[in-house]
Design a binder for this molecule. Sequence first.
Ligand code: NAD
Length: 493
Amino acid sequence: MNSKIDIKTKILNYINGKFVEPSGGQYLDNMNPAHDKVYSLVPASNAKDVELAVKAAQVAFTTWSKTTATVRANYLKKMADGILHQLEKFAEAESIDSGKTLTLARELEIPRSAKNLNFFADSIIHFEGEIFKTNPTLINRTEFAPLGVVACISPWNLPLYLFTWKIAPALAAGNTVVAKPSELTPMTAFLLAKICDEIGLPPGVLNIIHGLGPDVGAPLVSHANVKAVSFTGSTATGRAIAQAVAGKFKKLSLEMGGKNPNIIFADCDFEKALEMTIKSTFQNQGQICLCGSRIFIENTIYEKFKIALIQKTEKLKIGNPLDPANDQGSLVSKAHLQKVSSYVDLAKTEGGRILTGGGEAAQQGEFTNGYFFQPTLIEGLDFKSRTNQEEIFGPVATLTPFTTEAEVIEMANSTNYGLAATVWTKDLEKAKRISRQLESGLVWVNTWMSRDLRTPFGGVKESGYGREGGFEALKFFSEVKNVCIQYTSEAVL
Ligand code: NAD
């Protein structure tokens, strides 16, 4: 297959509208995880590069913050058009960078990245303050204003999808941005910078700095002139960021880890629940924060559901992520492969029985050293075991039977996380009852990952702090001011 991206690409930072080398001249290897081979170089930037980017963003803010919503919306739409125009190139880059299947990148993630930009381009046109008429002569006007320079930090699992999910509302609201994609998956952010260049986005409005978290992310979030931090990644990093900015009174939005329950009642639509559980467990090799990793099955259908789930899991095809015949690609990195593998070992020591999978998925030829792991199902673990409490973030899920609603609620809510839950039942009163009791920012009933971008997105407990999506995101990236005016006679508005 002819690659549409230059495999010798040296990625550059994008600062003040220019593509620049990192100030220290150092680069990191960017691995193709399906091959275990270096395929490009990523800048190993540092605080000096962050300083340059923040300065450029500060200068750009004076003009960008005064543009009309329509002007900003048009730039976002041009960015979206640019992505869609090169859909295949972006999808391939995402697949090669992360090990995800080309099909997933092409059909879901890259189109959604363009949708994020278009969505916030449309939303900003409808985003207005409110007027409260306290009495005929006393009027309160709430007005939104951009914050200044904001930081957007994103992870490797849905690279461009989550990068655009942050920069789109930030830019739409009139802020200028310093963004840091994951050092493991930098390619599509680099391609997006090229689009910004082509469409003439004013210099300094969006700056993209590549490099390691401690070298780039840490100085960025702590920078005195960065007014807000929007972060998606692990709970450990989210906690480190919260600690680093404590006392600095920045706005903070943290989207973090999960250990999502998938609750299957006996009265569900069996086939639909089964089909979707395969997806919600193994899509993107289980490396989606919304994937269910603890499957609770009502005991009267436990054995039947378990056997059907094993059969379907074993039919998943693993291999070359660029081959449309494959359902599963590779994991993102060797370190992550080792982490996932170590959790399966832990499950065994905790008394878990491996129902299917359980080890690396051997490949041939150029993929022999790739980071492929078998879709794995485990049963027989206590719900309080470490395997059932800690985030694995790979193609590994546990199966646990339950008898009563109270029992499954207790087990589902037993972790420190609370991002997303899935409930399968035809009894919608029961679904509502269960949903109300689940400690979770998102609940899907008889579906999974159905998204309406207007709705609030985020987790509770150690999964999230704040909400993204729709007007929530635009409010996060804005300062609200209330102006109260006393008129001498009845106000005509
Ligand atoms: P990570 O926390 O290791 O890294 C995320 C980003 O933070 C990267 O760009 C990284 O370079 C940067 N970073 C690292 N240390 C930093 C520091 N000290 N200061 C500032 N930035 C720093 O996470 P990851 O491994 O890239 O992503 C996987 C995690 O993301 C999983 O826990 C997953 O659940 C979570 N996630 C959550 C959501 C959500 O919406 N809640 C969505 C996707 C992924």
